[in-house]
Design a protein around this ligand. Structure first.
Ligand code: FAD
Length: 353
């Protein structure tokens, strides 16, 4: 086991925030994790699990021991008549894994193309895009308990997936405020995901009910796109809409789209007739967080070197040399003005470290 000291984290977070890990260990298999846990020095230290760093805001040097997940491997576990199950190491790039499944002839993940980060982090916020969420294709995962070293497997129901949410985003019961944590057995900071199994259903059915994809169909005249065609469309749409973190630091959508009751929505529409909203199958109404932020006049504004992306108010960006503190201050100011105008509390997506 190699413990690296004072490791620069700017290349390992998509915001490009300058910070260091005091100590970092790269984990390439579960034996590496067990070696850390068995180490008399490191075993009891607080730990932070790092994937691709595309959903974190670093507010300073990380004092916890950073476990950088580099567990590789992709294999087909089962190829049956109703579905194919693939197993992918947590350190594999998510987008590369999506492309690999398509190349193997197993469609189903194409709507989730070009989401940055690792496969191991995909269950943490139940990644989703263009009408598909991880939970729609999830079979199970293997993880390791960072306190006890116990290996365990979780099925979908045990992950408590929700919109950009899972058991991995909530603190364990002993740390949780019972009044605020909706997920009974939170695993935030407690579990390191080793590998994820995905179930790709047969026969494949395209998921096309998304406005941008419908536009692509209309423009191209393709009525029955292949999975590869959808993959290419999603990549093209995302490349236009979202800033490339290699050019402008960001963490994708910074806030979740809030949901309100139909009554609340009617009340808001009476005051703000233009509000962008989508009725949900469960009767609630989802509001476009980007619209709320834009309506408060934030597009293009900055706090220090952290700013609101000019083309999409939902994305906060590093204009060059931003600190995590500036990003958090900007995010709080946005939350305050959205709350004061609409009475809605925006919830951030990224994890503040
Ligand atoms: C340009 C851009 C576009 C994006 N678009 C989308 C989108 O469309 N949909 C979407 O859902 N998200 C999107 N995101 C957010 C991000 O890509 C996802 O949340 C992704 O899953 C994060 O992966 P990561 O490996 O970078 O995780 P990190 O940022 O490294 O970590 C995120 C959290 O997961 C934990 N974690 C990471 N790996 C593991 C592991 N192996 N075991 C346990 N915990 C772990 C970390 O401790 C941390 O709490 C976007 C981000 C960017 C920059």
């Amino acid at each position: 086991m190699i413990v690296e000291q004072n490791v620069a984290l700017a290349p390992h977070n998509s915001f490009g925030i300058v910070a260091k890990a005091r100590e970092l260990v790269r984990v390439r298999n579960e034996a590496d994790v067990l070696a850390v846990l068995a180490d008399p020095e490191l075993g009891h230290r607080p730990k932070f699990v790092l994937g691709g760093g595309s959903n974190i805001v670093l507010t300073g040097d990380v004092r916890a021991l950073v476990l950088k997940v580099e567990i590789m491997g992709r294999r087909v576990v089962d190829d049956g008549p109703r579905s194919t199950i693939v197993e992918i190491g947590a350190g594999e790039g998510w987008h590369e894994a999506v492309r690999w499944t398509l190349e193997q002839g197993f469609p189903g993940l194409e709507n989730l193309a070009l989401i940055p980060g690792t496969v191991g982090a995909s269950p943490v916020q139940n990644v989703g895009a263009y009408g598909v969420e991880l939970q729609d294709r999830f079979e199970s995962l293997d993880a390791i308990d960072l306190q006890t070293g116990r290996l365990f497997t979780l099925e979908a129901a045990q992950c408590a997936f929700g919109y950009r949410d899972s058991v991995f985003k909530h603190p364990p019961p002993d740390e949780a405020d019972p009044g605020t944590s909706p997920r009974g057995m939170g695993l935030a900071g407690r579990a390191l995901i080793l590998r994820v199994r995905l179930r790709l259903p047969k026969p494949w059915k395209p998921v096309l009910g998304y406005l941008d994809l419908e536009r692509k169909m209309a423009e191209s005249g393709v009525r029955e796109p292949s999975a590869r065609q959808i993959f290419d469309w999603v990549c093209a749409i995302r490349s236009v809409k979202l800033p490339d973190p290699r050019v402008i630091g960001n963490a994708g959508s910074f806030f979740k789209n809030p949901t309100v009751t139909p009554e609340q929505c009617t009340d808001i529409i009476a005051r703000e007739p233009g509000i962008v909203h989508y009725p949900m199958p469960d009767g609630s109404v989802k509001l476009a967080a980007g619209w709320l932020i834009d309506a408060c006049g934030w597009k293009g504004k900055s706090v220090g070197n952290a700013g609101v992306y000019e083309k999409q108010a939902l994305v906060l960006v590093n204009r060059g040399g931003a600190t995590g503190g500036e990003v958090v201050t900007l995010a709080r100011a946005i939350q305050t003005s959205v709350y004061e105008r609409f009475g809605i509390r925006l919830e951030p997506e990224p994890v503040v470290v």
